[in-house]
Design a protein around this ligand. Sequence first.
Ligand code: SF4
Length: 400
Amino acid sequence: MNIEISNIRTVMVCPRKFWLESREKRNYNHEEITREVIRFGGSLKYAELSSEIFGATLWATGIEINANKEEIIIISWRKGKRLYKYHYYEAALYGYVFSKESGKKVRVIFKSNFYEQEIPWENFVESALVILRNLTESDMPTPKINSECKFCGYSNECLDYFVKSDNIEFIKGIGKVNLSKLKSANINTLTDIVKNKEKVQLILGEQKGLKVWAQAKSFLDEKPVIIKKPPKLKEGIFFDIESYVDFHYLFGILYKNKYVPFIAREKNSEKEAFIRLLFFLSENDLPIYHYHSYEPNQFKKLIRKYGLNARFENRFLDIYSIFTNHIAVPVLSYSLKPLARYFGFNWRTSLNGMKAVKKFEDFLLTGEEKLLEEILVYNEDDVRATKLLWDILRNYMFYI
Ligand code: SF4
């Protein structure tokens, strides 16, 4: 079991995910050089060091170190605006591993653009070790639906678990209040919901009840179920934005099956890239399809930010809301990736939103074109996946 300290936040969100991740095989290549630096002194940007504990290997990775004869300073670079509780456990475990393996005094500093803070890591070691001991001694924890399931590589296994246990708590948008209403009416399982369609609609309201019924049925039948007939969707433009910390660096369009990116290579070029996008949209007066609310919201903000007089609001159409109101699919999350993957779409890169931000940051630092090219592939796949869902809405009868 390889426990990566930088993953400790996952324990707070989903212990099962942390438990599973700790059992995956990983390669660590910087441990030898790290041991030399802590022994003889020096600096290292990407340090890696491990220590055995509770029958597992605890890994400190992704940190910078500066070492001399007496002490080691560990620096963990962060992106956020403030520190959270898990940062203290993380610092405690970095301190623990380096102190145990070197016998030197260890200081741990967390830095971001917004703060720089030395953490009194010794104060948190005991609590952090209790968390680790519990995890190493436990069997695989049960799934716990949370906001990160949509990005999680284990979602299929968790879905299987929920369906096999005939559990209704994981039905999209069911909520605690509705759950207790159903339970009071003795509707406790997916099977109960499917058998009692009218009763469920009576309890939850016609539309909500219909959606919950269709979702339960799609899990049990293991295939999509129509909630109501989707509207006729016109040909259109597919749109997705990639954003960095304080500007949008890529406006990706799919038009007549051709990918057209509008790129801002630095903050100062955002306006120019956005205006080129506006020209493109003005010349091609078609519906603008996007997935969820981010794109139209950011679009409006940019119009305001640059004092532009452009009216496009009525052209935006959200494939997410059209899809979720018309078709239920046996997935844990209706985020773009799990949903499009269900219908066979494959992303060509391993990027996700967070990784794309990191990749773009690396591009800003190094200017390496191949980093930007990878983001373009990722963004193109996002718009193509949105188009796939649009295709399914238009031809749903072939998929159901
Ligand atoms: S899908 Fe959700 S519940 Fe399952 S392991 Fe991932 S985060 Fe946890």
